[in-house]
Ligand binder design. Structure first.
Ligand code: SAM
Length: 285
């Protein structure tokens, strides 16, 4: 019986070409075929690293027979690498169908990790990164976008969005209109990460909306938005969520230390650990 080939999912840089990994270059050189979202775009990257492996196209609109052709290559023992235009394939990029079908045929699928804009932005945002929800692109139309933002408004994890230059102003304005306390809730705007005109802005959602609008250069390029999760309020109006967290922490404290009980309850219910500590102290007084 022939041995099946391996499908490698290879991350490429999101701007700065030096961010490619040594392993990514080695794998791209060694495989029999590279499937790319846009072959013309990827040809330039491959040329830069003197990678001469043949290229073929794979995108979300590839027909079933095109996907099957790639799977057939793998089945007869040829190895394949999937890349996207930038960053990690499948992260707001094509690849899911190919990976799912390869797995269902028992083909080995191996990641070659590297850059991804979501992780790069989170790593420098200065907004809690212990729990985050990746939304990717919001809907293009304002009504749909507001609906989606309203559905996410109560989320206590940090939220991460991808946005295009055409919609970044409208998106921040919608955010300011839909979420509670836009003058307090923090957002980090990561523009052109790893590129020549990289810039960062950290402030309230309202401030970010006016920063973007203040200079037309600010709305050029590629964007990641990292939005602080909803923070439960303290004081006289301790809300439902915090009440639940306090109850949970009190229950747990019969079994474990108060510190541990607070940490576990905060994680379970979805409130900030420090806020829960403060709320419990306030309640005790
Ligand atoms: N697969 C990619 C990844 O792993 O990040 C994402 C591809 S998605 C089609 C493209 C979006 O990612 C852009 O519209 C932007 O929101 C974000 N993005 C990609 N590169 C970026 C960069 N250098 N700086 C900021 N955002 C970037």
């Amino acid at each position: 019986m022939e041995t099946q080939g391996t499908l490698y999912i290879v991350a490429t840089p999101i701007g700065n070409l030096e961010d490619i990994s040594a392993r990514a270059i080695a794998v791209l050189k060694q495989v029999d075929l590279i499937a790319a979202e846009d072959t013309r775009h990827s040809k330039r990257l491959l040329q830069h690293f003197a990678i001469a492996t043949p290229l073929t196209s794979y995108h979300d609109f590839s027909s079933d027979s095109e996907v099957k052709k790639l799977l057939d290559e793998l089945v007869i023992g040829r190895s394949l690498a999937l890349i996207s235009d930038a960053g990690t394939p499948l992260i707001s990029d094509p690849g899911y169908r190919l990976v799912e079908m390869a797995r269902s045929r028992g083909i080995a699928v191996i990641p070659v990790p590297g850059a991804s804009a979501v992780i790069a932005a989170l790593s420098v945002a200065g907004i809690p990164s212990d729990r985050f929800y990746f939304e990717g692109f919001l809907p293009a139309k304002s009504t749909q976008r507001c609906k989606r933002l309203a559905a996410l408004a109560e989320e206590t994890s940090t939220l991460v969005f991808y946005e295009s230059p055409h919609r970044i102003i409208a998106c921040l304005n919608d955010m300011a209109a839909v979420i509670a306390e836009p003058d307090k809730r923090k957002v980090f705007v990561a523009r052109e990460l790893t590129k020549k005109f990289e810039s960062h802005f950290l402030g309230s959602v309202l401030e970010a909306a006016s920063w973007i609008a203040s200079d037309e250069n600010n709305s050029r390029g590629e964007f990641v938005l990292v939005l602080e999760g909803r923070v439960a309020k303290l004081g006289s109006d301790i809300d439902e969520l915090m009440r639940k967290a306090i109850d949970t922490a009190e229950l747990l404290s019969a079994e474990v230390s108060m510190k541990r009980a607070v940490a576990v309850a905060a994680r379970l219910v979805g409130v900030r650990k420090n806020a829960l500590y403060a709320a419990m102290l306030e309640k005790e007084q």
